[in-house]
Design a protein around this ligand. Structure first.
Ligand code: IPM
Ligand code: MG
Length: 367
């Protein structure tokens, strides 16, 4: 039997991105050994690093390398050094460019609570106990990309415009992803819109209802976004899969992340293509940023990126058993008391970035 080989483009980027990707590669290599596949890694510059080398946040070679790979693992971009650049020249522009150019229309942001860390949440423990939410955010359309857009007119009378639009096809493809994800979870989709005020959102609801007809095994409910923001902190345990637009998803995924109290633990996936029995191309990254204040000091928590790599194994590389093994190893490490500074409470001993990576890699097992 020939060994399965998957190609992964590493985009470590800036700040702590470099360290957390390095630890994740350790974990991935150990996992591949145990599960009988191999990974071929390439590396390219992105964000501030790319600006320094080429003058651009997303060089054409980097984009091409992403297209040539089975999946992309990104660390983080940005830092004070590049803060004075205009919006389209900044490191963050690379993120929006990758999402758009690679057609990554589905953003998956799980908010999982590690029971051992429940005390770190700003919400009472009995409210957040057991939460396990997956936000499925549309990432390629909506008000982020709609036209017309811009600021025009004479000084003092200028008008700023952005456009919220969704076509039926654009709603349908993200809705199908949410229903399929829900099938692998608790089987419930909450579609979040503002159908009581916005026509684009009335169409959203209509299409989601129609697509829901193809998934009779999934429970579908609808919620206005303002109510959802409230219910997320009132009874978060009742959510399973949240399906929503680009802008609402940006906001609600931060809210859901904060419920868990530990942003250093949360992974994400951005997917394009059609999901069926096969796999989808995707880009995987931690929810946290480049944290320039602690970069290079062996302090950052690599868990968010390590868990992102588990999502990569599951959704883009078809290595589900290996994905579960990484998640188990992370849980075991946390359960056994390993803590980076961000998740340690007073008095607990603290592991550095690289120690945490080693300890998780050591706990990977195929049994
Ligand atoms: C996110 C971020 C981005 C977004 C920014 C950095 C462009 O907030 O990934 O949630 O708004 O999508
Ligand atoms: Mg955001």
């Amino acid at each position: 039997m020939t060994q399965r080989v998957h190609s992964v483009l590493l985009l470590p980027g800036d700040g702590v991105g470099v360290e957390v990707v390095r630890e994740t590669v350790k974990v991935l290599e150990r996992t591949a050994d145990l599960f009988g596949f191999s990974l071929s890694f390439t590396r390219a510059p992105v964000g501030g690093e790319a600006i320094d080398q080429t003058g651009e946040p997303l060089p054409a070679e980097t984009l091409q390398a992403a297209r040539d790979a089975d999946a992309v693992l990104l660390g983080a971009v940005g830092g004070p050094k590049w803060d004075d650049l205009s919006t389209d020249r900044r490191p963050e522009a690379a993120l929006l460019g990758l999402r758009e150019s690679l057609g990554l229309f589905a953003n998956l942001r799980p908010a999982i609570l590690f029971e051992e860390l429940a005390h770190a949440s700003t919400i009472r423990e009995e409210v957040i106990r057991g939460i396990d939410i997956m936000v499925v955010r549309e990432l390629n359309r909506g008000i982020y990309f709609g036209t017309p857009r811009g600021i025009s007119g004479e000084a003092g009378r200028r008008v700023g415009i952005n456009t919220l639009s969704y076509s039926e096809a654009e709603i349908e493809r993200i809705a199908r992803i949410a229903f399929q994800i829900a099938r692998t979870r608790k089987g419930k989709v909450t579609s979040v819109d503002k159908a009581n005020v916005l026509e684009s959102m009335a169409l959203w609801r209509e299409v989601v209802v129609r697509i829901g007809g193809d998934y009779p095994d999934i429970e579908l409910e609808h919620m206005y976004v303002d109510n959802c923001a409230m219910q997320l902190i009132r009874r978060p345990g009742e959510f399973d899969t949240i399906l929503t637009t680009n802008l609402f998803g940006d906001i609600l995924s931060d809210e859901a992340a904060m419920l868990t109290g530990s942003i250093g633990m949360l992974p994400s996936a951005s997917l394009g293509g059609v999901m069926g029995d096969g796999v989808m191309f995707g880009m995987y990254e931690p929810v946290h940023g480049s944290a320039p204040d602690i970069a290079g000091t062996d302090v950052a928590n690599p868990i968010a990126t390590i868990l992102s790599s588990a999502m990569m194994l599951e959704y883009s590389l078809g290595e589900e058993a290996a994905a579960r093994a990484i998640e188990r190893a992370v849980r075991d490490a946390v359960r056994e008391g390993l803590r980076t500074a961000d998740i340690a409470t007073r008095g607990e001993s603290i592991a550095g970035t690289s120690k945490m990576g080693d300890e998780i890699a050591r706990r990977i097992s195929n049994t």
